[in-house]
Design a protein around this ligand. Structure first.
Ligand SMILES: [Zn+2]
Length: 129
């Protein structure tokens, strides 16, 4: 295995471990996709949901200043990514700072966006298994 393959699987293991511990908490663990949302993922395909995820995170989470931070992510089952955000602590910059140690009051980097999308997509993939 080359170095990057090893590095990649270490990151995946860390994400899985984080998701397991979040799932044990009362608030985060209460979020799950309903059947309609699961069907939505399967119909649209994981690739399409991932591209939606990039768009949503870039628009609603990446800017340095977000006037309604903490309230920008709907709790209703209107898009699987929103539900995943609450389950994974990536719903707002406050939670990102607390749970993922990504500081607020500055724009997210490309690497941070990639990481957040990976966390969300891992959660969604686990939900539809
Ligand atoms: Zn939040």
């Amino acid at each position: 295995m080359d170095f990057f393959v090893i590095l990649y699987s270490v990151i995946n293991m860390d994400i899985e471990r984080l998701l397991i511990s979040l799932n044990k908490t009362k608030f985060r663990g209460s979020f799950h996709l309903n059947n309609k949302m699961k069907e939505y993922v399967l119909t649209k395909s994981i690739t399409k949901i991932e591209s939606d995820c990039y768009d949503l995170i870039t628009k609603r989470l990446a800017p340095a200043v977000i006037p309604n931070d903490g309230k920008q992510t709907p709790m209703r089952q209107v898009h699987p990514v929103f539900i995943a955000q609450h389950a994974t602590g990536t719903c707002c910059r406050g939670c990102l700072e607390r749970i993922h140690h990504i500081p607020k009051n500055r724009e997210l980097t490309k690497e941070e966006i990639d990481y957040i999308v990976k966390v969300i997509m891992t959660w969604i993939t686990n939900e539809i298994k």
